[in-house]
Design a protein around this ligand. Structure first.
Ligand SMILES: [Mg+2]
Ligand SMILES: [Zn+2]
Length: 222
């Protein structure tokens, strides 16, 4: 029997070239945003508090966010990777501690609106104010606004091999729940420091190539 892989991937800085969440706050909040970001990096605040404080200083309407999304690019090899997973019938799920609005919009721009996305939510209010909602917060570790580890645990099926792809701090909870890790950026550094087995990558072309090898090894029982 063929092995069944379930692939989970981060969005910001992994599928998208830039961290779109950072771009949003950089463009639509004031200069105090960077201090809040630093507090999050330093682990002084969790990502829910980070987003709540960012939205308090944010002014943005839907059109402005749409315009920003039009300028955002994704990894040029992601579509091939996505098609490959579809051909093989491997579920590919986007797990993000960012916001679903821009993720879905950008995926739509690249004809991948069918992908399943779990993320936090932006709600547009009057006077360019935005509220952030956290539909998955309670079931997670309470440090992440949307804990990736909790999603993987919740959806894991017997015999499934979990592949995780990510680039940063928001991916850490996914690591102990995954069998195979593809890492770049901050996640790669974390895995190196903690001696966690991972495959480093620069783009989805490299991931696809390596993944095909892994598939073959599983098939041959190596
Ligand atoms: Mg990321
Ligand atoms: Zn977590």
């Amino acid at each position: 029997m063929n092995s069944k892989f379930h692939i989970y991937t981060d969005f910001d800085g992994t599928i998208s070239v830039d961290d779109v969440g950072d771009k949003v706050f950089e463009n639509f909040t004031d200069s105090t945003w960077r201090q809040v970001l630093q507090e999050w990096y330093d682990g002084k605040i969790g990502s829910k508090e980070y987003y709540v404080r960012c939205s308090e200083i944010m002014e943005m309407n839907e059109q402005q966010l749409n315009d920003l999304c039009e300028t955002q690019k994704i990894d040029e090899h992601f579509k091939d990777f996505e098609s490959y997973c579809q051909t093989k019938n491997y579920p590919l799920t986007v797990l993000s501690d960012g916001m679903d609005y821009y993720i879905k919009r950008i995926l739509f721009n690249y004809n991948m609106q069918h992908l399943k996305v779990y993320a936090n939510k932006f709600v547009f209010l009057e006077n360019n104010k935005v509220e952030t909602l956290f539909p998955y917060y309670e079931r997670g570790c309470l440090k992440c606004a949307n804990c990736k580890g909790a999603h993987i645990k919740e959806h894991r099926k017997d015999g499934e091999i979990i592949v995780y792809i990510g680039d940063g701090l928001s991916d850490l909870c996914a690591v102990p729940e995954s069998d195979i890790i593809f890492a770049t950026g901050g996640l790669k550094q974390h895995c190196q420091e903690k001696n966690i087995h991972h495959f480093a990558f620069n783009n989805f072309d490299e991931i696809l190539e390596k993944f095909k090898q892994i598939e073959k090894n599983y098939k041959e029982g190596k």
